[in-house]
Design a protein around this ligand. Structure first.
Ligand code: 1HE
Length: 260
């Protein structure tokens, strides 16, 4: 299978759809997969306004390709982990929002990939796990930072010490995903969300992706100051003026109650 087949890339209007395509190995992330994923992510940042990452077959992603990891020197292990960080950082801190459509196993590096995306949609078959302890290794694709912050260190410690699996519903309560949908519905749902996000002002999306997480890490006073700064920058753009006038002229769509 060539690199362009191991990770599929498709552009659907403004939305890039990136599919891990190694179902016979449950989309385990080999060196080739991480490289091809990095290329697809970079292409999406240029061509699309939002992107969806999903997995072919019965599982989103079984994590690190364990077959490639049996013998790695400490330096190679460090380089490997930093390579994953580089790709996942480009997902989390790029130009466009990333959505993940989850089903089946979202485990180890698969959960690390999912938590680098901004919005995670899980279908009813989804389960989350961090089995690194069981395998005699440690997380290396960013889970210590991302999963620990989303779910809390106590829950992550539990997942790693006991190897427990966490259902989609429980995962939603733990912030591992923001949406739970019916079996087989995650991809269409995530694409729909991505299309909506792609219609936002690009500056608003950029501020959401880059300013929000930084503000969360700042003191209250610094966070509020930066919020004012970003707000004034965003609202002084011609696009903001156009969109605000569209609301006032009654040409912009109205918000609807969630039940509608
Ligand atoms: C793999 C991998 C893999 C499957 N690396 N080959 N991840 C894990 O510890 C999860 C390991 N995988 C599983 O627990 C199960 O495979 C699943 C629950 C995901 C799916 O089960 P199932 O019954 O559908 O599939 P299977 O029969 O276990 O696997 C099908 C094939 O995929 C089989 O190969 P085959 O040649 O015998 O057909 C498996 O060996 C292969 N396979 N998962 C390599 N992960 C940056 S650090 C991140 C650290 C981690 O990610 S640790 C977590 C690793």
């Amino acid at each position: 299978m060539s690199d362009s087949e191991i990770v599929l890339y498709e552009l659907d209007g403004d939305v890039a759809i990136i599919t891990l395509n190694r179902p016979e190995k449950r989309n385990a992330v080999s060196d080739r997969v991480i490289n091809a994923l990095g290329e697809a992510v970079d292409r999406a940042q240029v061509e699309a306004k939002a992107a969806v990452i999903c997995g072919a077959g019965k599982h989103f992603c079984a994590g690190l390709d364990l077959a490639e990891h049996v013998k790695r020197s400490p330096i190679d292990g460090m380089h490997h982990s930093r390579g994953w960080h580089a790709v996942f950082d480009r997902i989390e801190s790029g130009k466009i929002p990333f959505f993940s459509a989850l089903h089946g196993a979202v485990v180890g590096g698969g959960l690390e990939l999912a938590t680098a995306t901004h919005i995670r949609v899980a279908d009813a078959t989804t389960f989350f796990a961090l089995p690194e302890g069981t395998r005699g290794i440690f997380v290396g694709g960013g889970a210590s930072v991302r999963v620990g912050r989303l779910a809390g260190v106590a829950r992550m410690t539990d997942m790693m010490l006991t190897g427990r699996t966490v259902s989609a519903e429980e995962g939603e309560r733990w912030n591992l995903c923001q949406y739970v949908v019916g079996e087989g519905e995650a991809k269409a749902f995530a694409i729909d969300l991505a299309r909506k996000a792609a219609q936002n002002a690009e500056m608003s999306n950029y501020a959401i992706l880059h300013a929000l997480p930084r503000m969360g890490d700042m003191s209250r006073s610094d966070g509020l100051f930066l919020e004012s700064f970003v707000a004034s920058l965003a609202s002084s753009s011609p696009e903001a003026e156009e969109r605000l006038n569209a609301f006032l002229n009654k040409t912009a769509a109205r918000l609807a109650h969630p039940s509608k």
